[in-house]
Design a binder for this molecule. Structure first.
Ligand code: 16G
Length: 260
């Protein structure tokens, strides 16, 4: 029997007098064990059977408590490998005044960056893509969709669209889109970014390893070359529990009111 099961069981005994349904008592015990640091981020939870036999309750009750905690983001379940205490999220503070790439942002913080490909290829453009990228219906759009991961934590889903004339082979970009654009002298120099609140749908939540419905940020970035031509149209979903976007504001000088 694992030490963690003993600790959870010990806190369960302390709260057993409350008369609350058993699964709520167990949920609270596990939560207490996490809050008191008895089991920490990344630790495996004892098996359903271990907890059930030690606490002398049914496995159905254990499952109900665990499912509640997964929904609340306290625990995470990884297919095939079990249930773990959710990693504590260190929030990333991201300046809104510099045009940087995800790879650069994470490298500057000393975080190990990687991406999982969700899609890359050439497609007929959607009406949105045609409008923003200035494409006609007989041109193609290059789509690059990635799950962006830092220190093994998935932080964002980014879906970039560029004209196929700029990125004829989306499979060839390597680990950084901006680095690839730089090699052809087409790295953007200016961007307009729109950030709005979004509740994560099931598919996005699964990829980002957070409970469905949790708060996220929908970000749209339209980037430009020095010539004023739009080079990138990217729509992303960022984890709301992971990001603080920070903008510096200054009192506008005379005659500058209302200037974007
Ligand atoms: C950033 C940009 C994204 C850009 C990517 C390039 C936001 C919201 N998004 O994540 O638009 O495509 O960087 O990163 O900031 P990469 O060069 O590492 O592929």
């Amino acid at each position: 029997m694992s030490e963690a099961a003993d600790q959870i069981f010990a806190t369960l005994k302390q709260s057993a007098q409350s008369g609350a349904p058993l699964y709520l008592q167990l949920r609270k015990s596990i939560e207490d064990a996490v809050n008191r640091g008895l089991i920490g981020p990344g630790d495996a939870l004892p098996s359903e059977r271990d907890i059930a036999s030690k606490a002398d309750i049914s496995r159905v009750t254990v499952r109900k408590a665990v499912q509640d905690l997964v929904k609340g983001g306290i625990l995470v379940q990884r297919h095939g490998s079990g249930t773990f205490v959710a990693p504590r999220m260190e929030r990333v503070e991201q300046s809104l005044s510099r045009l940087t790439s995800f790879t650069e942002d994470m490298a500057r913080r000393g975080m190990a960056v990687r991406s999982a490909w969700l899609d890359r290829g050439l497609y007929a453009p959607s009406p949105d893509e045609m409008m923003v990228l200035g494409l006609s219906s007989n041109e193609l759009v290059a789509r690059v969709a990635r799950l962006r991961i830092a220190n093994d934590t998935p932080l964002a889903i980014e879906r970039a669209a560029l004209s196929a004339s700029v990125l004829p082979d989306p499979a060839a970009i390597g680990s950084s889109l901006y680095a690839a654009l730089e090699t052809t002298g087409r790295r953007p120099v200016r961007a307009v970014q729109r950030i709005s609140a979004a509740n994560l749908g099931d598919d996005d939540a699964r990829l980002l390893e957070v409970p469905p419905g949790i708060a996220g940020l929908h970000i749209e970035r339209i980037s430009y070359l020095a010539s004023g031509k739009v080079i990138e149209f990217t729509r992303s979903i960022y984890r709301g529990d992971a990001y603080d976007f920070v903008a510096e504001l200054r009192l506008s000088g005379p005659g500058e009111e209302g200037r974007p």
